[in-house]
Ligand binder design. Structure first.
Ligand code: ADP
Ligand code: MG
Length: 252
């Protein structure tokens, strides 16, 4: 049975999508059947891996019970990597989902039918703690929390950990934190180094050893619809995401 990771932080622009796409690609490259699930109506992960953002059926139809996961899965150009794509309609799911029976369990129940096929599943969450993120946290075994090493890094993290504890208590006792991931790190600045030290002191043993550097190759890759390991395999960004994938697999 595979392991399901949610990549979550209610802050936008901290590297959730970048981490979901690139860890998924590195794990597939390492030889594992991998599934990337785009849980964000912005569909950045879907587009970033080279798929159209308005293809149907999508995760939206799966959550509403109008399609099965098998029907909505798409292969990518990357061997062993499949995607459950998002669609702009998913924005409406935040309103529609709470009205449906078992609304928090819909993604978990849908993914149960493909759990045996994928060694690793990565869920790219939207920047909120609404119904879509709750569905991802109920479906997940482990959570990766990207944290940008910038001034307001710690703000909101305590609230996020409270939410994770609440979901664990009320909805999903399996859920654990895989780790916090420092992203877009610029080791030349004192601020970034201070923030790294502060986060590691605040959350000992919870922060991944691997730090993702700020790297232009990482930010260019989505416009080509490929992960950074294909855009520039020799970049510092590609190296870092490979290291992270190894650490995630080792910790799991
Ligand atoms: P989120 O999903 O949390 O909103 P994204 O992964 O979309 O965040 O990242 C926000 C922006 O920062 C995107 O334009 C992305 O390409 C860029 N970005 C993410 N990680 C890096 C990095 N390590 N170096 C440079 N740019 C990055
Ligand atoms: Mg995103």
């Amino acid at each position: 049975m595979g392991t399901i990771y949610a990549i979550a932080n209610q802050k936008g622009g901290v590297g959730k999508t970048t981490t979901a796409v690139n860890v998924a690609a590195c794990i597939a490259e390492a030889g594992y059947e991998t599934l990337l699930v785009d849980v964000d109506p912005q569909a950045n992960a879907t587009v970033g891996i080279g798929l159209p953002k308005d293809g149907e059926p999508s995760i939206y139809d799966v959550l509403l019970g109008d399609a099965t996961v098998e029907e909505a899965l798409k292969r990518t150009t990357i061997e062993r990597l499949s995607v459950l794509p998002a669609h702009p309609d998913l924005a409406g799911a935040s309103v529609e989902l709470p009205r449906l029976p078992g609304s928090e369990n819909r993604l978990r129940d849908a993914l149960a039918s493909v759990r045996d096929r994928f060694a690793f599943t990565l869920l790219d969450c939207p920047p909120s703690l609404g119904p879509l993120t709750v569905n991802a946290l109920v479906a997940a075994d482990r959570v990766i929390v990207p944290v940008q090493t910038e001034y307001f890094a710690l703000e909101g993290l305590a609230g996020l950990l409270d939410t994770l504890a609440l979901v664990q208590r009320e909805l999903n006792p399996r859920l654990t934190v895989a780790g916090m991931l420092l992203t877009m790190h610029d080791a030349r600045t004192n601020l970034a180094r201070d923030v790294e030290r502060e986060v590691r002191e605040h959350f000992p043993a919870l922060v991944f050893d691997t730090v993702i550097p700020r790297n232009v190759r990482i930010s260019e890759a989505p416009s080509f619809g490929v992960p950074v390991i294909h855009h520039d395999p020799h970049s510092t960004g590609a190296d870092a995401y490979f290291e992270l994938a190894k650490e995630v697999a080792a910790r799991g």
